[in-house]
Design a protein around this ligand. Structure first.
Ligand SMILES: Nc1ncnc2c1ncn2[C@@H]1O[C@H](COP(=O)(O)OP(=O)(O)OP(=O)(O)O)[C@@H](O)[C@H]1O
Ligand SMILES: [Mg+2]
Length: 455
């Protein structure tokens, strides 16, 4: 960026001063947008897209500091220079401590003005250099989208990636939570370090604890050697806690402690080990509801959800359906070694109209089925309709799939132990009380499994 084309936004409720400053700056080759209030500055920000903002401190309506704060929220890298009358220098100094780039005391000479602007532009020039590395979009290349809502999420990702702020990703199953988590990691300074994902719902409590924080040899049955755990394995990278809403309460307490103290203590060890990881978590659940029901700790929730990103279901961004479908068709055709030219026009319509309860993952599966079974270079609507019926027809929700699994699993245990609850509980590594509760939930009566009773 050359200073010749640099854009300056001037904000002052004193029209004469505004005109004078404009002339000065234009004379120096800047392109100037002059507005008379903080409110006007904000409303013209997107159009003017200034490289530096100069604002009066005392104005009617929104004052210079309030304007600065709003600008910071929109673009933290935008330098702001404050104009101040003689009596308000302490305020101005205070302002620089709060992040304002600099201040000019009225009356000021033209040279001081230009020097300040020049300096500010160097800073925003650096910011633009940073923006240039922003132009490196490889961190998001796996995310295919043309949805403005998704773009807004990705813009937010770009901003939070540089910080260590904990991010919580909400979204229904298959909306791309894990993909987004990886993108955050790739956009962050931790990108060269490991990204470690763990599904907190799929692993029993004790195993999950050791998986996360490690264990020492012999600390429990089956702990045959020392194990570092994922927090240590991640080094200075990112730990992705998937399905955090399913983490058992006792482990939530331990996780909270780890996050507060930034150290882990492997099971069986008395020594705590420092860790420095970025946490991203994800859930398809409504955690606020879980908090109300006492199933999720509020304090942990606030730790994990410094920044929240909510992925919209695919049915709320239908413009993504054709681009995603085309993308999947291309990759899958390659994988299946088929020559496919694309979708028939009315085939795309079938895709765009469908409700996609399984979101992007379902779309992927549907395209995969169509590709696998296709015998022609163009995918027809009928092929997709069959694939969609297959997918959604057989697909139960995560909840009900888990429920069914639990019921079958418990029944199997009772069968093996001939209805002996103590034994069955031991096999499941649950205590008897807990085990009884599980049986009740599934209306399973152990006596039905006792020998001599016909099923
Ligand atoms: N915007 C996208 N562009 C390309 N592929 C995507 C996009 N969103 C999701 N996918 C693909 O869809 C599949 C599901 O995504 P992902 O596993 O990230 O979803 P999820 O929200 O974690 O799902 P679940 O809740 O079932 O674990 C993956 O194969 C992923 O690569
Ligand atoms: Mg996932």
């Amino acid at each position: 960026m050359t200073t010749q084309s640099a854009r300056v936004m001037l904000v002052d409720d004193d029209r004469d001063l505004l005109r004078l400053l404009s002339i000065r700056l234009q004379g120096a080759g800047y392109s100037v947008t002059a507005v008379e209030s903080g409110e006007a500055a904000l409303s013209q920000l997107a159009v003017a897209s200034p490289d530096v903002v100069i604002t009066d401190l005392r104005m009617g309506g929104m004052d210079g500091m309030a304007l600065f704060q709003s600008l910071q929220k929109k673009n933290p890298a935008l330098p702001v220079i404050i104009l101040t009358a003689h009596g308000t220098i302490p305020d101005a100094v205070d302002a620089t401590q709060r992040g304002v780039f600099g201040y000019l005391t009225k009356p000021f000479d033209g040279k001081a003005l230009l020097t300040q602007v020049e300096k500010a532009l160097q800073v925003s020039g650096n910011a633009t250099a940073a923006n240039d590395s922003d132009a490196d979009t490889s961190w998001r290349e796996e995310i295919i989208t043309r949805s403005p809502e998704m773009e807004a999420i990705l813009a937010k990702v770009r901003l939070v990636a540089n910080s260590d702020a904990s991010v919580m990703i909400f979204g229904d199953s298959g909306t791309g939570k894990e993909l987004l988590a990886r993108a955050i990691h790739r956009a962050s300074p931790r990108a060269t370090q490991p990204f470690v994902a763990v599904n907190c719902g799929a692993i029993p409590e004790q195993l999950l604890e050791s998986e996360l924080f490690g264990h020492t040899k012999g600390s429990f049955t089956g702990a045959a050697s020392d194990y570092k755990g994922l927090f240590q394995a991640a080094g200075r990278g990112t730990v992705f806690l998937d399905e955090i809403g399913d983490m058992p309460l006792p482990l939530q307490v331990k996780l909270l402690r780890v996050l507060q103290e930034k150290e882990v203590r492997p099971i069986g060890s008395i020594q705590a080990i420092k860790v420095d990881v970025r946490i991203i978590s994800a859930t398809h659940r409504n955690l606020e509801e879980a908090i109300k029901q006492g199933a999720f700790r509020e304090d942990l929730y606030y730790r994990l959800h410094v920044v929240a990103l909510a992925l919209p279901p695919l049915s709320q961004r239908r413009e993504d359906i054709p681009v995603l479908a085309a993308h999947f068709l291309k990759t899958l055709a390659g994988r299946y070694g088929k020559t496919l030219n694309g979708f028939a026009q009315d085939a795309i319509e079938v895709l765009v109209k469908h409700s996609w309860p399984g979101n992007v993952r379902e779309l992927y599966n549907v395209v995969e089925q169509a590709v696998a079974l296709s015998t022609t270079p163009i995918i027809s609507p009928a092929q997709l309709e069959t694939a969609i019926r297959g997918e959604t027809g057989n697909l139960s929700s995560f909840e009900s799939a888990r429920f069914e699994f639990e019921r079958d699993y418990l029944a199997k245990l009772l069968k093996i132990t001939s209805g002996n609850v103590t034994q069955a509980a031991r096999l499941a590594k649950r205590n008897r009380t807990e085990f009884y509760k599980l049986l009740q939930r599934h209306h399973l009566n152990p006596s039905m499994f006792k020998p001599g009773i016909a099923a």
